[in-house]
Design a protein around this ligand. Structure first.
Ligand SMILES: Nc1ncnc2c1ncn2[C@@H]1O[C@H](COP(=O)(O)OP(=O)(O)OP(=O)(O)O)[C@@H](O)[C@H]1O
Ligand SMILES: [Mg+2]
Length: 387
């Protein structure tokens, strides 16, 4: 089974990368299990620049943790090369395999991984102690980082006396004190409730800007990815589907897989009926004619396409509205979601959802008129969906 195969660095338009902090070349990891071999990483290459936050965003089982563990030295790859700070820390061909403590990096886990019998200050001091840092310097650095992380008043407490959010802050403080160069994060916020998660995410961004550390951050939460990343790599089974800055990933997904992953949940099959100027395409679909820009510039009349768009780009409009991409719908139900209302409806037997930011909830069976914003529709060659 092939889980992740990609060349993250090859898909970024060749712009200036700055100084490399992590370099991964042709990394493969095969696990031997009772049921046979599992290839978790296959020929993965990636480049992370100094001071950059690269977020690996992908579904469960695509190899995100395995990749981080191979960089950290907690897992040895089957083949390939890993460089950190310009130094080879793993090379299958040369037989180099440095242990984690020789790689000059820190890792923050989902489970906090604190020592329960040590106070918070002792936990944070631990990596400095292990590396033989003088006592006075340890005290100075621990106090400074605890203050930065808002934990000074809790220094004498044990992890069991802290909330999940506080414990994860301790883990972050421990990572920062040990190493402000490279920190690997494996879903560090996913055990926390929504409000704490949001606050810690913002604190993390502020600390990253303050300390300037390089981060490789794994998550399957697209909002977290967008908020934290300089670049996002959307991982798909077998490869990196797309890499780019958050805006390009969310506004210009280049494949149906990425579009679906970042929230283009409305989907229609269609056929191209006309090609206009620029990349404008007109298609017939089960709900009527739709116009929008073609993602694939070389679409031809008669080709099957997949049309995808977000609920927030699908608006309920005045009942008298006419024109391009306007359709008559019947509401199935409206769901109040706090900040907005999600309206589930059908148009000619096809289920779509539209978002309204405010306004009345609509009842089942009510008539509505919707307009799909033509500028943000993604029209893909349908063959891509089956790749
Ligand atoms: N020690 C192991 N032994 C055997 N197979 C493993 C081992 N660790 C991971 N795998 C397999 O490798 C694949 C990738 O696992 P990995 O934990 O890296 O995924 P992930 O992207 O981090 O998923 P999640 O989002 O669920 O944490 C999975 O199929 C997993 O079962
Ligand atoms: Mg994982």
């Amino acid at each position: 089974m092939t889980i992740m195969e990609n060349r993250i660095d090859m898909q970024d338009g060749g712009r200036d990368r700055g100084e490399s902090m992590v370099s991964i070349r042709n990394l493969t990891k095969v696990f031997q299990t009772r049921h046979g071999e599992v290839t978790a990483l296959k020929d993965v290459s990636a480049e992370v620049r100094r001071g950059e936050v690269l977020v690996l965003l992908g579904p469960s089982g695509c190899g995100k943790t395995t990749l981080l563990r191979c960089i950290a030295g907690l897992e040895f790859p089957t083949a390939g090369l890993v460089e950190v700070h310009g130094r080879t820390v793993y090379c299958s061909e040369q037989g180099i395999a440095l242990p984690p403590n020789k790689r000059n990096l820190a890792m923050v886990f989902q489970s906090y991984a604190l020592w329960p019998h040590m106070t918070l200050a002792e936990n944070v001091a631990y990596p400095l102690k292990v590396s033989g840092t003088p006592k006075e310097e340890i005290a100075e650095r621990v106090n400074a980082v605890l203050a930065t992380c808002g934990l000074g008043h809790l220094a004498g407490n044990f992890p069991g006396q802290l909330s999940g959010g506080q414990q994860q802050r301790v883990a972050l403080a421990r990572a920062l004190v040990a190493n402000d160069g490279l920190i690997l994060f494996d879903e560090p916020l996913s055990n926390l409730d929504a409000k704490v998660r949001e606050r810690l995410r913002d604190e993390l961004t502020e600390m990253q800007q303050q300390f300037g550390f390089t981060a490789i951050y794994v998550t399957h939460d697209q909002v977290e990815a967008a908020a934290l990343a300089d670049r996002i790599a959307v991982m798909e089974v077998g490869r990196a589907a797309q890499i780019g800055d958050p805006q390009s990933i969310f506004n210009e997904p280049m494949t149906p897989y990425v579009a679906d992953f970042v929230g283009c949940s409305n989907e229609l099959e269609g056929t191209v009926t006309a090609i206009g100027t620029g990349s404008q395409v007109e298609c017939t679909t089960p709900i009527g004619t739709i116009c929008g820009p073609g993602v694939d510039g070389d679409l031809r009349v008669g080709e099957p396409v997949k049309i995808m768009f977000r609920p927030e780009h699908t608006r309920l409009v005045d009942p008298g509205a006419t024109g391009q991409n306007v359709f008559r719908a019947t509401i199935d139900r409206s769901i109040f979601l706090g900040s907005h209302v999600e309206n589930i409806m059908h148009v000619a037997d096809h289920r779509l959802s539209a978002r309204s930011m405010k306004g009345a909830m609509l009842g089942g069976g009510e008539a509505a008129v919707l307009r799909i914003d033509p500028s943000v529709i993604r029209i893909f060659r349908d063959g891509r969906a089956r790749d």
